[in-house]
Ligand binder design. Structure first.
Ligand code: AMP
Length: 628
């Protein structure tokens, strides 16, 4: 569950050349971002890459296969430093945040050292929260998928004892638990730690922040002295140092804290998006953002190919590079990116190392990176040569916690951006269409085509506007010019939205002047026409004779706007507004199809715009019915 993006079975294993240097005791692995000299663009390759491969670190083929199954390309810095030390049997103190890949850093060596025959727990992992305990359990389950008969048990408060007791009786190899519940089991004598050989204190600072200091010390004191211990913490306050000094023996210290910041000319934004929404979110961003060149970072080699393919299918010029792409092909692709024959490169961290292409205006973290160093390195691909750059990171709801560590490491604030709406996309499409017409009007061939069109107009006696429309249809082909509106939000969401529009009160909006009900109307001018709320109020108030208090919420969308007005608008208002224009465009006022239209009798306009009121409504209402 830790990895939201498992690669299919065929994900190729990393083929990094034998490691030159596996970080040793006390070493601080050098991050890509802090490397002084980067290989020039087009020359970085897996073989030149620093750091070991998983095969250099782990000897158990089954674990290597599992790592390949989850799609990891190469060990993260903390993995490169921690795995060898733990496999040697050393204790480890790791100064590392979540998102650095620290779970695999302790889980892989721990799994390799398990004895499947021993039935009492051999490894205990302490986590501050139930969520983390479950997350780590699921990661362990993935990594041990090819180790038959290995049992991992989550033990946390809030779950009944029954399940935990019967699992413990059957025998488990690894217990992942929160301190409180582990203490309970120890007090009841239901958790036998006499055979414990490995102990991990994960997120030690969080554990202390949550008031578990005493429990942790009691548990530590209850475990055999002869065991291997590892402690991971995002910060190293004095209390944690003391804990490490008391309970760990001559530990190897690993520090993967980012020490670099990104360029000030880069804007950092993030988008909360679920995994299945990512492709659509990226497509919308590609439509609305004004980008020149873009690198989209994904976690696995397989994903580079599949995503590039999906983008090509949606009409974008995209190509994949990853560690398996050979040097000649890689150089060709980067050459195309430089010369604007290609706009989007979908890459893994390794493949994009050292890439230096000035026209990269955007970096998108389709998968948020596993450590802050990678974030810094990735974002360094944009904002080059003094240009400004844009960084957009996709964050799934459960990855939210990574944002804080990125902000800390980059010393930049990440600004939340909304998912571009269908209206935004459509407004951009229409603007681009306008721009294309403007550019074509300056084209040398205009005179020639004017003659061609003139001939048609005279020959077939068709208005010029119709001919222009027909030509646009030819140009557009079969693809629709505009996206279909998003499906109606589910009823629960709709309720929330309307609550918001009603100032959180949950009550129906009322007219501030008369206290009567309000309804949502649509006018045919929007952001595309550069309209402002004050223009809408001005035009409708002046020409329709409405008072300022008659206006409720105004929502300006792509090429239309929604306005709350009294539900029963007198006929003279309709008549007066029929010819009203804003920014030169007829407003075409009508009740919004999706919106409600509550009359005094509780009726409403249905989706077809027909008034669906209770029987016996008056003559005045019938006029409405006719009108719509
Ligand atoms: P962690 O810091 O252990 O919570 O890991 C953060 C995320 O990085 C998880 O989604 C892991 O599945 C993923 N991850 C861990 N190691 C690697 C790696 N070597 N390559 C790619 N992703 C990884």
């Amino acid at each position: 569950m830790n990895n939201e993006n498992p690669a299919p079975e065929d994900a190729p294993i990393d083929e990094v050349a034998p490691a030159e240097a596996v970080p040793t005791a006390d070493a601080t692995p050098e991050s890509p971002a802090s490397t002084a000299t980067e290989p020039p663009a087009g020359q970085a390759s897996e073989s030149e890459d620093d750091g070991p491969s998983f095969a250099d670190l782990i000897s158990d083929e089954r674990l290597l296969k599992a790592v390949r199954d989850v799609g990891y390309e190469k060990p993260s810095p903390i993995q490169a430093a921690t795995i060898p030390a733990l496999l040697e049997g050393r204790d480890v103190v790791g100064l590392a945040q979540t998102g650095t890949g620290k779970t695999a850093a302790f889980a892989l060596p721990l799994l390799q050292r398990l004895d499947p025959k021993q039935k009492t727990p051999q490894a205990l992992i302490l986590e501050p929260t139930r969520e983390l305990a479950l997350q780590v359990c699921e990661a362990l389950e993935k990594y041990s998928a090819r180790l038959p008969g290995i049992h991992v048990l989550p033990v946390y408060g809030g779950q009944g004892y029954g399940v935990q007791l019967s699992a413990l009786r059957r025998g488990v190899h690894v217990v992942v638990g929160t301190p409180g519940r582990i203490m309970d089991h120890l007090e009841r004598g239901t958790l036998d730690l006499t055979g414990l050989r490995m102990l991990v204190l994960d997120e030690a600072d969080e554990m202390l922040n949550m008031g578990f200091a005493e429990d942790v010390e009691t548990i530590l004191a209850d475990t055999p002295a002869e065991k291997q211990a590892a402690l991971f913490s995002a910060t190293m306050p004095r209390q944690i140092r003391r804990l490490a000094e008391s309970y760990l023996t001559d530990p190897v210290e690993v520090n993967v804290k980012g020490k670099t910041a990104t360029a000030p000319n880069v804007r950092h934004r993030y988008l909360i998006v679920s995994y299945p929404q990512k492709v659509d979110a990226l497509t919308r961003i590609l439509e609305v953002e004004n980008f020149e060149g873009m690198i989209v970072f994904v976690r696995t080699k397989t994903e580079t190919e599949t995503l590039a393919e999906k983008l090509r299918a949606r009409g974008f010029s995209a190509a994949a590079i990853n560690g398996d792409v050979n040097q000649a092909q890689r150089e060709r692709t980067i050459g195309q990116l430089k010369s604007a024959k290609l706009d989007i490169l979908v890459a893994t961290d390794v493949a994009a190392r050292g890439l230096d292409v000035d026209r990269i205006s955007h970096v998108v973290n389709y998968d948020i990176p596993t450590d802050t160093e990678s974030y810094v390195h990735r974002i360094g691909r944009t904002g080059r040569a003094g240009r400004s750059g844009e960084a957009i990171s996709f964050v799934t709801p459960r990855e939210r916690h990574l944002l804080r560590s990125i902000e800390k490491a980059t010393r930049q604030t990440l600004e939340q951006m909304p998912l571009p709406t269908v209206e935004d996309v459509n407004a951009t499409r229409l603007n681009r269409f306008d721009d294309a017409i403007t550019a074509a009007l300056a084209d040398d061939r205009l005179g020639f085509f004017r003659d061609v069109v003139e001939h048609y107009v005279n020959e077939f006696n068709v208005p010029e506007l119709d001919v222009a429309g027909a030509l646009a249809t030819v140009l557009q082909g079969d693809a629709p010019m505009l996206l279909e509106p998003d499906p109606e939000p589910r009823s629960r969401d709709r309720f929330k939205d309307s609550d918001r529009a009603r100032g959180e009160s949950g009550r129906e909006p009322r007219n501030r002047r008369t206290g009567g009900p309000m309804a949502t109307y649509r006018i045919a001018v929007g952001r595309r026409h550069k309209v402002q709320p004050r223009q809408i109020v001005g035009a409708l108030a002046n020409e329709g004779g409405l008072a300022r208090e008659d206006f409720g919420h105004i929502d300006i969308r792509g090429d239309f706007s929604l306005v709350e007005l009294p539900a029963s608008l007198p006929q003279q208002v309709w008549d007066a507004l029929r010819s009203t224009r804003i920014s030169g465009k007829l407003i075409e006022l009508r009740p919004d199809k999706g919106g409600r239209f509550d009359s005094d009798r509780g009726g409403r306009f249905d989706k077809g715009g027909r008034f669906d009121g209770p029987k016996g409504y008056g003559k005045k209402d019938r006029k409405f019915k006719k009108k719509f």
